[in-house]
Design a protein around this ligand. Structure first.
Ligand code: ADP
Ligand code: MG
Length: 488
């Protein structure tokens, strides 16, 4: 059971602390080949089948920059309303690790490809802007596997050299809920752009979570701890909660926080110290002599800018202005690009209000129930729009529409056919309905008497009986009107 938003709190907070969070998100660039080699990047391939001599760091191999990955990074920068740096530098970040055959990672340090930008969050309390510090490109390492062989650690180099964008936020986040909203918004933007699939189960999106606490109102930030490589939003939230409480306890007991790198143990729900924080100089950064500075032209940048699709914030604004949606409805419909496409397809031919209600109500419930993405919806946008038109023009009632919807859900049938085959058309002939109502009235003389002597609640009873007699097909509005007349 997931916790409710407000449940994530600093629980031992008698002195009114606040938590300060900054994220370093690692987003895998959506690209068929790696950052400096032409090896494929497909997820789930047999271990060590997507490894070139460059990725395995054979002596004398030279990295060659993949222009598509550069475009993807610039595109993401534009989506983050960020400054694009026309000159950036690839540095070697030196460290030893079994799954890092080069002995260094090619990354960007002082001169990243993207500078400051921002992301707007839609929170229950309103909008909040989170600053982006920078976005840089770097290569991923391989993967050490500890749980196949009891004696040895195995290494899979398929990931080695895959392009990552590291997106560093300013320390502007103040709660696990804001982190949730931030990751979702970032993912939404990158999916709109097609620059990262955001698939956290496959490791395409993970984050180092920096956490500190301070008393509310204090100007200076507290000392931060960095929780490495957390790969789900829920774990980020749990880790922050645990870590904030731990830090408050240390401070309240008169201690101080050591800046350190910690690990979140998902089984024990606690963070543990891995090592004291390494500083930049520990990595002996220096410009990679195999790679020239990366110079990109105005034309290159402008060409990308011209082709940026409408992003969630702009789409939301348009939906509110053009379709008169509430901010809440617009948020729901734009947060996922596929949902927004589906919505726009439905409303091409159908009433906006009804479409919004049916998509966010019945359709979302169905997808949720079947655990399906909207792109795999068993009911196509066209067929849903046909169903909505049947309601709108009075052919069927909203209630009948729900049962038609259920039938549609079993195989994307055309609702017009379903209504015809099953004879579900709404009865809207006043003469027919009057006959039906006469019978109900004649069959219940006692109730009529009670009603006329003031028991007005009984009106619902008559409506119910009449609807029942019609097999649920009578036009409810007409039934109401005719009954009112009859019982006057
Ligand atoms: P490093 O590589 O040393 O981790 P970065 O600049 O890459 O440094 O990332 C620092 C991250 O830590 C940023 O996301 C930043 O917002 C965050 N951060 C900095 N100071 C604090 C603080 N006092 N509390 C919480 N987060 C912080
Ligand atoms: Mg860091």
């Amino acid at each position: 059971m997931l916790k409710k938003q407000s449940d994530y709190l600093i629980t031992r907070n008698k002195n009114n602390y606040e938590v300060v969070i900054g994220l370093e998100v690692h987003a895998q660039v959506l690209s068929d080949s790696k950052l400096f080699s032409s090896s494929p990047t497909k997820f789930g391939a047999e271990p060590n089948t997507q490894v070139s001599l460059v990725d395995a760091a054979f002596p004398g191999m030279l990295p060659v920059i993949n222009e598509f990955c550069i475009k993807q990074a610039v595109k993401t920068g534009v989506g983050l309303k960020a400054k694009i740096n026309k000159r950036s530098i690839f540095d070697r970040k030196n460290y030893f690790y079994a799954d890092l055959p080069q002995g260094y990672q090619i990354s960007q340090y002082k001169d990243p490809i993207v500078g400051e930008g921002s992301v707007v969050l839609d929170l229950p309390s309103g909008e909040k802007t989170i600053g982006i510090e920078r976005l840089h490109l770097e290569q991923d390492a391989g993967k050490s596997i500890h749980d196949i062989d009891p004696q040895n650690t195995l290494v899979d180099l398929n990931r080695s050299g895959v392009a990552l964008m590291e997106i560093v936020s300013k320390p502007d986040l103040r709660s696990p809920d804001e982190v949730n909203a931030y990751i979702k918004k970032l993912r939404s933007i990158m999916r709109y752009l097609g620059t990262c699939d955001g698939n956290m189960q496959e490791g395409s999106l993970r984050a180092d979570v920096n956490v500190s606490v301070r008393k509310k109102g204090e100007k200076e930030y507290g000392t931060r701890c960095e929780i490495k490589n957390v790969n789900s939003i829920k774990f980020m939230q749990m880790a922050i909660e645990y870590e904030a409480n731990r830090q408050v306890d240390v401070i309240e007991e008169g201690g101080s926080i050591d800046q350190e790198t910690r690990l979140f143990d998902t089984k024990k729900n606690e963070t543990r110290s891995m090592r004291s924080k390494e500083d930049a100089h520990d990595y002996r950064y220096f410009p990679d002599p195999d790679l020239l500075p990366l110079d990109i032209s105005d034309d290159f940048i402008n060409d990308i800018k011209k082709n940026i699709p409408e992003l969630p914030d702009e789409k939301k604004k348009r939906f509110i202005e053009k379709f008169n949606l509430s901010a809440y409805e617009a948020n729901i419909l734009v947060s996922d690009i596929e949902t927004s496409k589906y919505f726009e397809e439905v409303i091409k031919n159908s009433d906006v209000k009804l479409s919004t209600n049916w998509i966010t109500g019945e359709l979302f419930a169905l997808l949720n129930d079947k655990n399906l993405e909207i792109s795999k919806s068993p009911i196509s946008a066209i067929n849903l729009s046909k169903l909505i038109n049947l309601i709108k023009d009075g052919t069927i009632s909203g209630k009948i529409a729900k049962s038609v919807f259920e039938i549609m859900a079993t195989g994307n049938k055309n609702p017009v056919d379903i209504v015809n085959e099953k004879g579900l058309k709404q009865q809207s002939d006043p003469k027919e309905l009057e006959k039906l109502i006469n019978k109900v009235v004649n069959d219940n003389p006692d109730k009529v008497k009670e009603y006329k002597s003031g028991k007005e609640k009984l009106f619902g009873f008559f409506v119910g009986q009449a609807m029942k007699a019609s097999g649920g097909k009578a036009n409810p509005q007409l039934i109401n009107d005719i009954l009112k007349n009859k019982l006057k």
